[in-house]
Design a protein around this ligand. Structure first.
Ligand SMILES: Cc1cc2nc3c(=O)[nH]c(=O)nc-3n(C[C@H](O)[C@H](O)[C@H](O)COP(=O)(O)OP(=O)(O)OC[C@H]3O[C@@H](n4cnc5c(N)ncnc54)[C@H](O)[C@@H]3O)c2cc1C
Length: 353
């Protein structure tokens, strides 16, 4: 029997797998296919950079992509407004970032790749984990289970029937980029979504993406593309390289975060730790993983309360994001903010002939 089973090796799972004490027998499994990154903007926020700094980790340059962008073009289609704001993100290849974090996991952790967790059942000494690999079902047992399996988490769904969390569909399309000058854009249009949409350039690709309510998500995405073409963005069906999608939790209620119970712990997005305003979540994934590692390294069993208590700062930060939402998503408030020009950048040099 394992002491700990980690389900999912995204930023949350890979971080905790690296930080758990070697005194524990640890199993980690992930379903992802090699070199295929999560459907994600792949922007490393200043908060995430700070956490990597606190881990004494430096990002290998191979993880970065071209170009590094210093501003976001914000388009408000409801009010027909546009502004540029300074940003301090690092533009990354998300697949390479996850792979790098996994490469830091000590060899003492047993990793099972391309394995999908299908069921978790309570047994006397802990939990039975059923997973599927190459069309066969296997089982393992562990005293403690860590859900690091992102949005639509099977671990969360197993233990939390009470706190229903809103789930949106994210869609991204990658286009071979020939004519588009590099740009990062966020688009707000309440007819398409009460979350937001974006474009971002990564190496030779121009990406169009958005997070949409589940009903008619494809039509909403098509409409977004029409709006972008009208705005002068250049991408065409012939140049479509890849289409990807995933669920994302919309944590816009006070009860969206749930840290687990009965020796099952949730970290990262499975715990609802993702910003409801910007969808930024890598920093919360790594921070919650660090907190849980500290707690479990002291005491393996029955530490749910301690973990919950120690995530208070993160949970408060996420609640502040909920308060910020109306200024981004309410048409009237956003109009006031954008019209005021507060914190906006004046673009110079763009009209020089
Ligand atoms: C479209 C989009 C854009 C985003 N852009 C950004 C951004 O630019 N910057 C940012 O900071 N955040 C961004 N986020 C949020 C960010 O992607 C997540 O918050 C972050 O990845 C959460 O990390 P995690 O480790 O908790 O979960 P994930 O990164 O989702 O990792 C979960 C892992 O679990 C595995 N898994 C899932 N289910 C199972 C199962 N049943 N069995 C086995 N393995 C399983 C998956 O393969 C995956 O590797 C974005 C999210 C979306 C949807």
């Amino acid at each position: 029997m394992y002491d700990i089973a980690i389900i999912g090796l995204g930023p949350a799972g890979a971080t905790i797998a690296r930080l758990l004490s070697k005194k524990y027998k640890v199993l980690a499994l992930d379903r992802k296919i090699e070199n295929r990154g999560k459907c994600c903007g792949g922007l490393l926020s200043p908060d995430a950079q700070k956490i990597l700094a606190s881990f004494n980790l430096c990002l290998p340059k191979e993880v970065l992509v071209n170009p590094q962008i210093f501003s976001v073009r914000t388009i408000d289609l409801d009010n027909n407004l546009e502004r540029y704001y300074q940003r301090f993100y690092l533009n990354m290849d998300r697949a390479k970032f996850d792979k790098w974090l996994i490469s830091l996991i000590p060899t003492s952790v047993d990793i099972i790749n391309k394995a999908t967790c299908r069921k978790i059942t309570k047994i006397d000494e802990g939990y039975k984990i059923e997973y599927e690999k190459e069309n066969k079902i296997y089982t393992q047992e562990a005293k403690v289970v860590i859900g690091a399996d992102g949005a639509n988490s099977i671990v969360r769904n197993t233990i939390d029937k009470k706190h229903k969390i809103k789930r949106y569909v994210s869609i991204q399309e990658w286009y071979e980029n020939e004519e588009q000058s590099p740009v990062y854009t966020s688009i707000f249009d309440s007819k398409l979504t009460d979350s937001y949409s974006w474009t971002i350039s990564k190496d030779d690709y121009f990406i169009v993406g958005g997070a949409f309510p589940e009903d008619n998500c494809d039509q909403r995405f098509e409409k977004l593309k029409e709006e972008l073409l009208k705005k002068g963005y250049k991408f065409s069906k012939e140049k479509l390289y890849r289409r990807e999608g995933c669920f994302v939790y919309l944590t816009n209620t006070w009860h969206s975060t749930f840290t687990g119970k009965d020796n099952i712990y949730l970290i990262g997005e499975s715990a609802g730790m993702i910003s409801s305003s910007s969808l930024e979540g890598i920093s919360y994934a790594m921070e919650s993983a660090y907190i849980l590692a500290e707690v479990l390294n002291k005491k393996l069993l029955n530490s749910n309360k301690q973990y919950h208590r120690k995530t208070l700062k993160i949970r408060l930060k996420l609640k502040i994001k909920i308060l910020k939402r109306p200024f981004m998503y309410n048409k009237i408030l956003r109009k006031l903010v954008m019209k005021s020009g507060l914190q906006a950048i004046t673009k110079i040099g763009t009209n020089i002939k």
